[in-house]
Design a protein around this ligand. Sequence first.
Ligand code: F6R
Length: 599
Amino acid sequence: MCGIVGYIGSKDIKKILLEGLKELEYRGYDSAGIAILQNNELKIYKAVGKLENLINKTKDLKTEGFGIGIGHTRWATHGKPTELNAHPHMGEYSYVVHNGIIENFKEIKKELNDVRFISQTDTEVIVHLFEKYLQDLNDPLKAFKATIDRLQGAYAILLITKADPSKIFFAKKGSPLIVGRDGEEIYFASSDAPLIGHAKEVHYLDDGEWGYAQLGEVVVYHGDRAIDLDFKPLTLNKELAQKGGYRFFMEKEIYEQSDVITETMMGRIKDEEIEFEELDQEFLHGIHSIKICACGTSYHAGLSGSYLIEKLARIPVMCEIASEFRYKEPILQKETLFVVISQSGETADTLEALKMAKDAGLKTLAICNVDNSSIVRLADRTILTRAGIEKGVASTKAFTTQLMVLWMLALYLAQQKGIDPKKISRELEAMRKTPQALKVDPDLHERIRRLSKRYLHGHGFFFIGRDIFYPLALEGALKLKEISYLHAEGYPAGEMKHGPIALADPELFTIALMPKNLLYEKTKSNVEELSARDSTICAISPVAFELADDFIKVQNADHYMLEYYEMAVALQILAMEIAIRLGNDVDMPRNLAKSVTVE
Ligand code: F6R
């Protein structure tokens, strides 16, 4: 996830911008840049990789005295992490930084046909559009308003221009942006952390707000109406600020899912169809089956995806654990599309599996969160999940965004096969409601927190579900194992009677995933069998289940995928609350690393 900072004042601008970017490092980035406007002279510096590279590049730059400046850390979504793609992006006399995704950038690019674009980003259109409107309207504020009126998608934008060298123009929709002040001095940032120690008070901009700032003045509009600013004192705890006020990064990432999934979908759901600029008919020509390969949580997303692709696109799919796949002498056929899924893009087993598929001449597709990672560089094509950096070792938003890509991919393939548009339309309707299903309901969180106290002991957990809820059961069990260190297994509900039911007694906890829209009665019978043998049952379902000892009610019950997403959040919270009660380090559980680069 990108981060932005801005400053107006007489302190050392370079220092303030670079220190601000340093505080945003926790958001993840692959390149960074700053632009400074001082004494009517514009200076710009960009560097790929660590912030140290940018600091080195600017070491001889002197910026004492009044000036304005903007800075950016970039997490690639459109175009590779290169200097040309790094922000700020420049026009002839203006510079812009942007966090978010401009959905209609291609359309705008076409319109600006006399402009020579130098980056592959969606952001560059903003600065050129602004300069075009400035030529027509001869008024920077009007030109800025005309620019943001044209943008579809999500954005937090800071723009500086020689045409009005004392101001920073800003706008927010969907992506975070905060303006802070200390006397005359003005600061901007994507989160509180860079502002601590500088700004005394802050105004959290709302969606739709835009305006300009200059020394001693911030003017904010909503539409055409100027609004009163609501400045509040700033928290003083940096760590808390990075965690957005949550207790753990994992908790923050659970709560973030509703917003992040919107980024995953952005520009890919068009009216009545799915579009992937990363794919085309030629690439998919001759593909008759799909093999998915991944590890851990990514494997669970893959397995869920295999159900979706078979259900919706009617293409045979096999999903395999990468560490197993490598040594089983797999049969690889050219008409199989080989899909790898990885949050980090560096997992050794997944990378090796990908190499094997490439060596066998298969077409390969990566679903990944980190652009320019080893897996992305090796795969023929990549669909980025756009989840932003995930700091908690236990994967949460990486999982739900991977699954969204797979769901969209299933529909994309269904479209290519000419499957009934009505069916596709029903799926799209549900897909658009996913952010709602992922939104954490505080009452639900509190309910899970309270009931978690009953699940701290006992001799084990079975998470059970059928169909696509079986991989979700696997994921629920993995989350619990990782951070609570309690024994948990995910199992297909219908398989319990073939052995594991022998373990049933009151000290065996069954977490039953009981969706209303998929095999409810079948799952219910399996849970009844466990209840009859005295297992303690925690049912997660939209439908009240009279035999449950505990019941977590699902609210989004229009479609099985909405139930899936809401249950995924409930399982993540359950694991986290149990781990907290047991006094464990939720973000850094024992024996685990975030990226597994060894076999
Ligand atoms: C679980 C978890 C791991 C990873 C696995 C694969 O919470 O994070 O199971 O999913 O190590 O990692 P990536 O997705 O980076 O390939």
